[in-house]
Ligand binder design. Structure first.
Ligand SMILES: C[S@@+](CC[C@H](N)C(=O)[O-])C[C@H]1O[C@@H](n2cnc3c(N)ncnc32)[C@H](O)[C@@H]1O
Length: 409
């Protein structure tokens, strides 16, 4: 059996308990429908039209369940095809879907290299999979071949610098326990891990703890993987390009803006004159802590006008926080602050921006919010521009008319 299939049959990853679906919906990026709309359909997709989605290498179902639940809640006529070669992972994803009563998913056990056999898709999700293929280029090409005209892809691949120490450990453990069965590998590798000296690269890397907290499946996925590569920014752009696609944006654009780490005004000016790919490469090298790249890509030649822009008709949606909580935190702290794997960011904001955020219910357009507040354009527009940039850069705000359509029906 292929060693990667053997791994995901023994250790479906990430570990998930279908019973927990009753209490929470896991939200992530890419592939939240608001985000798909924002990055691929200018925030203005006609959601009354059918929507075909492929979740390629869907695993235990995190992206799948988020997509299926939000699309079902918003009454979108969606067909979601789940593909994975691991039957054990599929069983968990199916149980999660059943626990939620979701009926918009078709489950298939197959290799994503055959994706186009399932038809053409308006959206393809492929997270944490391509870097495990024997020939990742063939995977990129197979997904490109399954994209409908006007469609797009949201994907995640590993990045090297934040995974410092991981590949040395994988190599050492392959030598030590690579011939053992998966359970024995885990047991023996844990003993090795516990006794690692503080000089070990992984011990000195604080960024990979989420995997290590993910039970035996997380441990195996991080340290015992038989096929696992990472893409730095130039390698990623090249792989997307070879598949006849264009990388449109990373999902947290702010993280790829090197100005976040540059104070010298001359260098800040110099760096923004570079092509997007080079700006992102500098940001990756300066920050040194990126362990994945989350991004959206489309077929070459079909990229114009894809990413939503602020404007009176745009409908802002807050993801991953309630507008009231975000507004309160802006009000209290005088801005937005947070961190990306230890890299702190903050942006001061005028107190009036909290009032704007408060009214972002996902149904009101930018102009509706302005009118509700009773402000003229000359007051509102500069405040909104000031607010939009950091919220979008840090993945908190997307434009999508998806919920507005619900409100109007
Ligand atoms: C790390 S898991 C990621 C699962 C899911 N996408 C997520 O983000 O939670 C990788 C999954 O890709 C699947 N996979 C790997 N190679 C594949 C291939 N060639 N075709 C289909 N599935 C594949 C594995 O079985 C596994 O379930």
């Amino acid at each position: 059996m292929d060693p990667v299939k053997r791994q995901y049959e023994a250790y479906p990853y990430p570990e998930r308990d279908p019973a927990e679906e009753a209490g929470r919906l896991i939200i992530g990026s890419p592939s939240h429908p608001f985000e798909i709309d924002h990055f691929l359909f200018a925030g203005a997709r006609d959601w009354s039209q059918p929507f075909r989605v492929l979740v390629a290498g869907g695993g235990t179902g995190d992206g799948l369940i988020m997509l299926a639940q939000v699309l079902a809640d918003c009454q979108v006529n969606a067909e979601i095809v789940y593909l994975d070669m691991s039957t054990a992972s599929r069983a968990i994803a199916e149980a999660r879907a059943a626990a939620r009563g979701l009926t918009n998913i078709r489950f298939e056990t197959a290799d994503l290299l055959n994706a186009a056999e399932y038809g053409l898709f308006d959206y393809i999700d492929c997270c944490g999979v391509l870097h495990h293929l024997p020939d990742p280029d063939a995977g990129f090409a197979a997904l490109r071949a399954a994209l409908a005209e006007g469609g797009g892809m949201g994907a995640m691949v590993y990045a090297p610098y934040g995974r410092e120490g991981v590949y040395q450990m994988q190599d050492a453990l392959r030598t030590l326990v690579g011939e053992d069965d998966p359970e024995t590998q885990v047991a023996r590798a844990k003993v090795v891990f516990e006794a690692l000296p503080p000089t070990n690269g992984l011990k000195r890397n604080p960024f990979v703890h989420d995997h290590l907290e993910g039970g035996d499946a997380g441990f195996y996925d991080l340290l015992l993987h038989s096929r696992d590569r990472a893409y730095d920014v130039p390698a990623l752009f090249d792989a997307v390009d070879r598949a006849d696609m264009r990388l449109l944006s990373f999902t947290s654009p702010g993280r790829y803006d090197p100005r976040m780490m540059l104070r010298d005004p001359i260098l800040r000016e110099r760096v923004v004159a570079l092509p997007y790919r080079e700006q992102a490469a500098v940001a990756e090298r300066l920050s040194g802590n990126m362990k994945v790249h989350n991004f959206y890509a489309v077929a070459k030649g079909a990229e114009a006008g894809r990413i939503a822009m602020p404007g009176p008709e745009a409908v802002p949606c807050i993801i991953g926080a309630s507008p009231a909580a975000l507004a309160e935190s802006i009000h209290k702290s005088g801005g937005i602050r947070g961190e990306f794997d230890g890299l702190a960011f903050q942006r001061a904001l005028p107190p009036e921006t909290a009032g704007i955020v408060m009214n972002m219910d996902g149904k009101r357009s930018v102009d509706d919010i302005r009118a509700m507040l009773g402000w003229r354009n000359d007051k509102f527009e500069p405040l909104f521009a000031n607010l939009y940039q950091p919220l979008n850069n840090f993945g908190l705000l997307r434009f999508s008319g998806l919920q507005r359509r619900m409100g109007m029906s």
